[in-house]
Design a protein around this ligand. Structure first.
Ligand code: ADP
Ligand code: ZN
Ligand code: ZN
Length: 801
C-alpha cells in the first residue's frame, strides 16, 4: 500500500474531498486509516486524516506524507464510516465530522510523546528501542522518528508496552507526581547494595522490594530520608526520577456512596426485561422509556448497564449538559466505580483528553457524558442510553449539525445493540415513532413508592395586576414561600432565561400578537416600531393598545434573575437565597459548590434559570415556583408550546420526590393555554394529541421535514439578495408540494456584525433536496472565500433563530 487518501484540515467546499499522498517507504505498513498525518498542501503544511490506503492513484506526481501524528489509529473503521454518514445527512465537511469525534487536545498542536505504560516494562521493549528509553519513561515523538524506529514503536504500542500521549500543557489542569524507580535490572541493583552508605542502601532496598515506581513523597515519608540520598543514587545511575502524569480526575476529591441495586417495581422489571432481551439477542432496537419524573428510569438504565457489562460489552449514557450534575455522576460512580468515565463541558482540555484515553485504552466500560460522548471510541458497544431525550441540547448547533439520537441509532445498528431513549416528556418526533411502532414503547406510569405527583397551582397574573399587585410575585407564591420558611423546608424558584427576541403580550389579558399564517408569535422590532413574523415575513405596525381588551399594558419584557433576587430580598428579608445563573456559575466548580450548599441547607431558596430545571433531587424541597411561564411559550419557534410543556413538567418534577409532599406554583398571563393546563394536570398524552393536531394543520414536524438556511453578510442588502437568489433557485429545483418560505430577517437579525436572513423549506417527500442543498452550498461557499456571504444549512433545525 503506497498511497494514502487524506482529508485535509481545511473546512471549505473545495477541499472537502480526499487527496492522495505517497506513503514513504519507511511508513508503509504503518500508516493505516484513522491515523492523522501532516502533508504538504500548496505552499502550506496541513494536518489530515488518513481515510484509506491503496496501491495506485490516478494522480501521477504524488507528494509524500511528511509526518505521522498517531502511532495507532485514533478513529476506527466504524467511526470513519460514521463520519461519511454525517457528511451525507448533515451536509457538513468531512474534516468537521472527524474532528467532532476527537477531544480538543488532539485537534491542536500539542507536544507528542511515547511513554512506557508501566515503568518496569522497559525490558519488554524491543531491543532497538531500549537505548532510547534507558533511564526514561517517555521519549519525544520526534526522537523516535529521527531514529527511524517507527515500526518498532507501533508494535510496542499495539502490545501495550508503549502509549502515545499528547502533552497538554495546562497551567492549572496538568497534574504530575514525581516518582522514583530503579534504573537498572534488579540483579545489578542488588549487587550495588553492599557498597552504598546506609541511607542510600535503604532507598535502594525499598525500591527493590516495591518493584514499581514510587512517588518520591511516599518514599521519603516511609523511610524518613531527605532528598540527598536520592540525588546521590540518581548520580550513580541506579535510580531515575520521572514526572508521572496522573489522570486529572475531576471527581477524585469526592467519595462516592457505593450503591446496591434495589428490587425493581413491576413496571421497571418489565421495561428492563425488554431491554436486556435485546442486549442478549444482539439485536438493534430503539426503545422509548416513557416514565413520569421520579418513576425510576435511571434505576432501569443502571440495571440494564449491569447486564451489558456482564456480557463483556460497553455502554454509553448521554445526559443533557445541564443535568450532568454531581448528583447524577454520583449515582453512576456509586454503582459502577472506576468503570465509568465522565465527559462534560466543565472539564478542562486535559481532563477531557484523560477521560477519552481511558476509553480508547479500554480502561473503562461505561461513559456518562453530554452530547459528544456519543462518539466514545468503544469497539464493543452493548447499549446507548439517551436520558431526557427531548432535550434540544442533543442537537449540535455548529458543524457538524448532528443530533445525538441519530448518531446513537446509527452506531447501535452497526453494533447490533439497543438504544434506550428516556423521558417524562418525549419529543413529539419520538413519541410519534413509538406510536407507529418504529420504536418500542416501555412505560413507567407511576412514581416510586406511591409518591404522588405534586399539586400544581396555576396563578393568573392578569388577576394580580387587576387587584393592584404589580410585583413579579403573586400573593399565592409569596404565601407559600413564607410557609416554607416557617417550616424549615426549601423552595426552588425558576425563571426562564430571557430570549433574544421580544414578543408583545398584554399584561392585562394575556393576549399575544401572532402571525396569522404561521401560528408563532410576532417579534417586536424597535426600528420602525414594527411586529414581524420570522418564518414567513408577515409584518404589521405595533399597536399602542391591546387589540383584545384595550389595555395599555401591552408591552411585556422579561426580567433577569438578579432583579428577582433583589425583589425577593425586599419581600422576604429573612430568606437565605442562592442564585444560580450564568453570572454566578461562570467559575469552574461553582455550579457544584452552590448545589452542595443548597443540599446542606445553607439556603432556603434556590433561584435560577434552566440550569436548575432538571436532575436535582433534594429531599426538603417542597415548593417549586415558576415565575413566568410565558417567556418560553411565546418564542418565535413552532416548538414553543412543546418546550413549555416539557419545562413545566420537568421543574414540577423537582418537588416532593421524597417523603414530604410537593407543591408547584406556576405564574402566567396565559393560564388557559393547553401547554400550561396540561402540564399542571400531568397529562402528556393529551398534550401530545393536541399538539400533533396543530403540527399537522400548520405543516410542521413530525408531519413535515424542515430545513433552515441562514445567510449572513456585513451588509444587510447583500445578505438579503443572496437569500432571495437561494430561495428562487430552490423553488425552481424542488417539487410543487415543497414550500420554500422567506427569505426573512432572522429573529436574531444581527450576530457578530453580520446581518442574517433565513429561508425555511418544508417538505414531505423530496428526492431532490440533498442535491439541491449541496448545489446551494457549492455555489455560496465559493463566494465566501471571496469575502462574500456566509451560509449555513441546517437539515433538522432546533434553533429557529
Ligand atoms: P427518574 O430517573 O425516572 O426520575 P429515578 O431513577 O431517579 O427516577 O428514581 C427516583 C427515586 O426512586 C430515586 O431516589 C431512586 O433511587 C429511587 N428508586 C428507583 N427505583 C427504585 C426501586 N425499585 N425501589 C426503591 N427505590 C427506587
Ligand atoms: Zn389585553
Ligand atoms: Zn408567518
Amino acid at each position: 500500500m503506497k498511497v494514502a487518501s487524506v482529508i485535509v484540515d481545511v473546512p471549505t467546499r473545495q477541499t472537502d474531498r480526499p487527496f492522495d499522498y505517497l506513503i514513504p517507504e519507511r511508513w508503509r505498513g504503518i500508516i493505516q486509516p484513522g491515523m492523522r498525518v501532516t502533508v504538504p498542501f500548496g505552499a502550506r503544511r496541513l494536518q489530515g486524516f488518513v481515510i484509506g490506503v491503496k496501491d495506485h492513484s490516478e494522480i501521477k506526481q504524488l507528494k509524500p506524507i511528511e509526518h505521522v501524528l498517531d502511532v495507532v489509529p485514533v478513529l476506527n473503521e466504524e467511526l470513519l464510516d460514521l463520519g461519511r454518514y454525517l457528511t451525507e445527512t448533515t451536509l457538513c465537511f468531512a474534516i468537521s465530522a472527524y474532528q467532532a469525534m476527537l477531544p480538543a487536545a488532539m485537534r491542536a498542536k500539542y507536544e507528542k510523546l511515547l511513554r512506557l505504560t508501566d515503568e518496569r516494562k522497559c525490558e519488554a521493549l524491543p531491543d532497538d528501542l531500549k537505548p532510547l528509553f534507558a533511564n526514561r519513561v517517555e521519549v519525544a515523538w520526534k526522537d523516535v522518528e529521527t531514529a527511524g524506529l517507527w515500526r518498532a514503536a507501533q508494535r510496542a504500542v499495539q502490545q501495550g508496552v508503549l502509549e502515545a500521549v499528547y502533552e497538554v500543557k495546562e497551567k492549572a489542569g496538568k497534574k504530575t507526581v514525581k516518582h522514583v524507580v530503579l534504573a537498572v535490572p534488579a540483579e545489578q541493583a542488588k549487587d550495588a547494595l553492599a557498597a552504598l552508605p546506609a541511607r542510600q542502601k535503604d532507598v535502594l532496598s525499598f525500591l527493590l522490594e516495591k518493584e514499581e515506581a514510587v512517588p518520591v513523597a511516599k518514599l521519603q515519608a516511609a523511610l524518613g530520608v531527605s532528598s540527598a540520598p536520592l540525588k546521590a543514587l540518581v548520580g550513580k545511575g541506579l535510580i531515575a526520577m520521572s514526572d508521572v502524569e496522573v489522570y486529572r480526575d475531576p471527581y477524585e476529591h469526592r467519595t462516592f456512596q457505593p450503591s446496591e441495586p434495589p428490587t425493581l417495581t413491576q413496571a421497571q422489571t418489565k421495561a428492563l426485561a425488554a431491554i436486556t432481551a435485546s442486549v442478549r439477542a444482539r439485536e438493534h432496537r430503539t426503545f422509548l422509556l416513557y416514565g413520569v419524573t421520579g418513576s425510576g428510569k435511571t434505576e432501569v438504565y443502571m440495571q440494564a448497564i449491569e447486564e451489558v457489562l456482564r456480557q463483556g460489552k460497553e455502554a454509553i449514557v448521554l445526559v443533557p449538559e445541564i443535568s450532568l450534575t454531581p448528583q447524577m455522576v454520583e449515582r453512576f460512580k456509586g454503582r459502577f466505580g472506576p468503570k465509568v468515565a465522565v465527559l462534560h463541558s466543565g472539564l478542562s482540555v486535559g481532563e477531557k483528553y484523560d477521560e477519552w484515553r481511558k476509553i480508547h485504552r479500554k480502561e473503562v466500560q461505561l461513559v456518562v457524558g453530554a452530547r459528544s460522548a456519543v462518539f466514545a471510541p468503544f469497539e464493543n458497544l452493548g447499549m446507548i442510553i439517551i436520558d431526557e431525550e427531548h432535550e434540544t441540547s442533543y442537537k449540535q448547533e455548529e458543524m457538524p449539525r448532528y443530533h445525538a439520537r441519530d448518531v446513537a441509532i446509527y452506531r447501535a445498528r452497526r453494533h447490533r445493540c439497543p438504544v434506550v431513549l428516556g423521558s417524562a416528556t418525549p419529543s413529539l418526533e419520538t413519541f410519534a415513532r413509538a406510536v407507529k411502532g418504529v420504536y418500542e414503547l416501555l412505560e413507567l406510569p407511576e412514581r416510586i413508592a406511591d409518591r404522588g405527583m405534586p399539586d400544581v397551582h396555576i396563578v393568573d397574573m392578569r388577576e394580580e395586576l387587576r387587584s393592584g399587585n404589580r410585583s413579579m410575585f403573586s400573593r399565592r407564591l409569596l404565601d407559600e414561600l413564607r410557609l416554607r420558611l416557617e417550616r424549615g423546608e426549601q423552595a426552588v424558584l425558576f425563571l426562564n432565561r430571557r430570549g433574544y427576541s421580544t414578543f408583545v403580550m398584554c399584561r392585562g389579558c394575556g393576549y399575544v400578537i401572532c402571525c396569522p399564517h404561521c401560528d408563532i408569535s410576532l417579534t417586536y422590532h424597535r426600528a420602525g416600531e414594527r411586529m414581524k413574523c420570522h418564518y414567513c415575513g408577515y409584518e404589521e405596525p405595533l399597536v399602542p393598545r391591546c387589540p383584545s381588551c384595550g389595555s395599555e399594558h401591552i408591552r411585556f419584557f422579561g426580567t433577569g434573575t438578579q432583579k428577582v433576587e433583589e425583589e425577593l430580598v425586599k419581600l422576604l428579608p429573612k430568606a437565605r437565597i442562592i442564585r444560580m445563573d450564568v453570572d454566578t456559575t461562570g467559575r469552574k466548580g461553582a455550579h457544584e459548590e452552590l448545589l452542595s450548599r443548597f443540599a446542606a441547607k445553607e439556603a432556603d431558596i434556590l433561584l435560577g434559570t434552566q440550569m436548575i430545571a432538571k436532575g436535582l433531587d433534594f429531599p426538603d424541597v417542597t415548593l417549586v415556583g415558576v415565575l413566568a411561564a410565558d417567556t418560553m411559550l411565546h418564542l418565535p419557534d413552532f416548538r414553543a408550546a412543546e418546550k413549555t410543556f416539557q419545562l413545566l413538567t420537568q421543574v414540577s418534577g423537582r418537588a416532593g420526590r421524597h417523603e414530604l409532599p410537593g407543591e408547584v406554583v406556576i405564574q402566567t398571563y396565559t393560564p388557559d393555554h393547553y401547554s400550561i393546563e396540561l402540564a399542571a394536570r400531568h397529562d402528556y398524552r393529551a398534550f401530545y394529541r393536541r399538539e400533533m393536531t396543530l403540527r399537522k394543520a400548520h405543516g410542521y414536524p413530525p408531519y413535515y421535514y424542515l430545513t433552515l438556511i441562514t445567510v449572513a453578510h456585513e451588509e444587510a442588502p447583500a445578505a438579503a439578495k443572496a437569500a432571495e437568489k437561494i430561495a428562487a433557485y430552490l423553488r425552481k429545483q424542488l417539487s410543487n408540494e415543497t414550500v420554500v418560505l422567506g427569505p426573512v430577517a432572522s429573529p436574531i437579525a444581527r450576530l457578530h456584525d453580520r446581518y442574517r436572513y433565513q429561508c425555511m423549506i418544508k417538505y414531505k417527500r423530496e428526492p431532490n433536496i440533498t442535491a439541491a442543498l449541496k448545489a446551494v452550498i457549492d455555489r455560496y461557499q465559493a463566494d465566501a472565500t471571496h469575502g462574500g456571504v456566509a451560509i449555513t444549512v441546517d437539515t433538522n433545525p432546533y434553533m429557529m433563530m
